[in-house]
Design a binder for this molecule. Structure first.
Ligand code: ATP
Length: 445
């Protein structure tokens, strides 16, 4: 790295970007511009040096003709290596042969930071790398076109969710992520040292969002959720973002409508606004028709038996069976009326058939996107359900207390943001849609 040590790093000084790369069009012919970004590629072709400058909006070609460029610019561009952070002041030239029919002829180049060579991954994507190698060099990896597209779609999805829920009258809330006791039982909790006590990372905002319906009626939260998941699959993380809603004076049916309308809205927003990104990802998004199919757990079990899966009533559905369901029911559908014993204690058993619950899952092909239901709002029943699930009502003292102050009937759901992004970007591994994924084996970077 001798070269880098000796290399003079320039100041940004008074240089400010005049245009993003994508804004450089042939119509700007003759205009002086300042571009800031990274060197994506360099090619020396006989008498001309081509530098591809990348910024968050795309790329533009910087062309250095040896016989036209001044000595300073020739020298400076000769020092450049891939992924150096640079500034270019130059003049736009319409040029049919250049990418997008335009190039920039530099008058002055600044090197703002160097990049250690050889790079751990090829940002152009010409030499593909394994996901673990890419995640180890995540900041570089995120400069790849696919990642620029994925995280823009993710941003659009979040924006669409917030706009939709706000319009529906839901108030955005934030609940504690450091908690004193388990939400649904202790197995999936991460314990942490909290001064002289033990505390846990929240595995769901469930109990707090239920409580907040007592004051704000319709609430939503988009926040981190922690699960000590041992299962190392392509759709599980130990830290993920959960989109939660909870609504007072509502049942499962009401919140299922909110969920399907939200899915419809998000698909439409992505389809209408992210064509450029979808093209990069070679993916398409269809806007689903409403309402989604509602299939009871009993019907699903029957269907699976017909497909050769022997599942007893009351058993959970194994992954292989879900994959079969995904073929029979492409796109979105609900599985309703789950056996009460398969659902957490806060899901309401049906009044006329307590073995079955008012809990539902929202599916996309074979993947669970959301789960929700009508909640138990009767304190006595909640205590009974806690005991039935082997939990100690004493550990839920503060939560149970809130039921003494007029807990309204309520319902809600939780959608995993990353799974939502997976289906809108066509990614098969959940790690692809998280900036810095956390799983059983990955805690860095
Ligand atoms: P699964 O059966 O797929 O493990 P779950 O039943 O444990 O999911 P819930 O506790 O109902 O999931 O969480 C609600 C939603 O949060 C899920 O539908 C899913 O979209 C998302 N989710 C749950 N666990 C994870 C995880 N470990 N990683 C990423 N997303 C998750």
């Amino acid at each position: 790295m001798k070269v880098e040590k000796r290399m003079k790093i320039d100041d940004l000084g008074c240089w400010r970007r005049t245009h993003y790369s994508a804004e450089i069009t042939p119509e700007l012919d003759g205009k002086e511009v300042i571009l800031l970004g990274w060197v994506r590629d360099i090619r020396d072709l006989g008498g001309i040096r081509f530098i591809i400058l990348q910024d968050r909006e795309g790329t533009v070609q910087i062309t250095v003709p040896r016989d036209e460029a001044d000595e300073q610019t020739l020298k400076k561009t000769g020092l450049l290596q891939r992924q150096y952070c640079i500034g270019v002041k130059g003049v736009v030239r319409a040029m049919a042969k250049a990418p997008r029919g335009v190039e920039v002829l530099p008058k002055k180049v600044k090197i703002l930071a160097v990049a250690k060579q050889p790079l751990p991954i090829d940002v152009t994507g010409r030499t593909p790398a394994d996901i673990d190698v890419r995640l180890d060099a995540r900041v570089l990896d995120l400069r790849r076109d696919e990642n620029q597209a994925i995280f823009r779609i993710r941003h659009k999805i979040l924006e669409a969710v917030r706009t939709f829920l706000s319009k529906k009258g839901f108030l955005e809330v934030h609940t504690p992520k450091i908690i004193a006791s388990a939400t649904e039982g202790g197995a999936a909790l991460f314990p942490i040292a909290y001064f002289e006590r033990e505390a846990f990372l929240a595995q769901s905002p469930q109990l707090y969002k239920e409580q907040l319906t007592m004051d704000f009626e319709k609430v939503y939260e988009i926040g981190p959720t922690f699960r000590a998941e041992k299962s190392h699959t392509r759709r599980h993380l130990t830290e993920f973002i959960s989109i939660d809603i909870e609504e007072a004076f509502a049942t499962a049916d009401d919140v299922m409508k909110v969920a399907e309308e939200l899915m419809h809205h998000v698909c439409r927003v992505v389809k209408e606004n992210c064509q450029k990104e979808l093209k990069v990802l070679k993916h398409t998004v269809e806007v689903p028709s409403l309402p989604f199919k509602r299939i009871t757990y009993d019907e699903i079990i029957e269907e699976l038996r017909g497909g050769g899966f022997k599942i007893e009533w009351g058993e959970d559905i194994p992954t292989a069976a879900y994959r079969h369901l995904g073929k029979v029911h492409p796109y979105f559908y609900f599985i309703t009326e789950w056996p009460t014993r398969l659902k957490p204690f806060y899901i309401k058993p049906k009044d006329d058939d307590p073995e079955r619950s008012e809990g539902f899952d929202l599916m996309w092909h074979w993947i669970e996107i959301a789960s929700g239901g009508t909640r138990v709002h009767d304190k006595k029943l909640l205590i009974r359900r806690l005991k039935e699930q082997g939990l100690h009502p004493e550990s839920f003292k503060y939560h149970l207390q809130t039921f003494d102050y007029g807990m309204p009937p309520h319902a809600g759901w939780a959608i995993g943001l990353e799974r939502l992004v997976m289906i809108h970007t066509g990614r098969k591994n959940i790690r692809e849609v998280v900036f810095y994924p956390r799983d059983r084996f990955r805690l860095t970077p």
